[in-house]
Design a protein around this ligand. Structure first.
Ligand code: ZN
Length: 131
């Protein structure tokens, strides 16, 4: 709280200092130039702030989209042991034991992911080029 007040005070002093310097360059119309410089600094700050905020929002949206994509990658359709027809989308993770509540029987169901292995085969082509 104290640091934000100090920042506001610092920016205000800096803004008025710049306005004073610019005003002193045009001594004949000091107050006119002073007010004009102050207003243009405030407007410039607002525009830059808006651009910065928009960029921040955009990157936040991208992070959210990435997060959602990562989450969706782990979703698997599982069948509840109570009823063959109760198929539910469950977030399967390997770092924790996945558990979910069945929509139909309202029981806690624990999931165990099993991994199947296959030998990778390289296909052999008998096209015209390979003879
Ligand atoms: Zn069930």
């Amino acid at each position: 709280m104290k640091s934000s007040l100090a920042k506001i005070l610092y920016s205000t002093i800096l803004t008025f200092s710049i306005s004073t310097i610019v005003g002193l360059i045009f001594k004949s119309n000091f107050w006119y130039v002073f007010v004009l410089t102050t207003i243009s600094q405030v407007i410039g700050f607002l525009i830059l702030n808006q651009i910065y905020t928009n960029r921040l929002k955009q990157s936040l949206e991208m992070i959210k989209a990435d997060q959602l994509r990562e989450q969706n990658r782990n979703y698997v359709n599982v069948v509840c042991p109570c009823n063959e027809k109760s198929v539910q989308l469950v977030d399967i993770r390997f770092d924790t034991k996945p558990q979910y509540t069945c929509n139909k029987c309202n029981k806690q169901v624990s999931c165990e992911a099993s991994v199947r292995t296959f030998t990778v085969t390289s296909p052999v082509y008998f096209g015209k080029d390979n003879g």
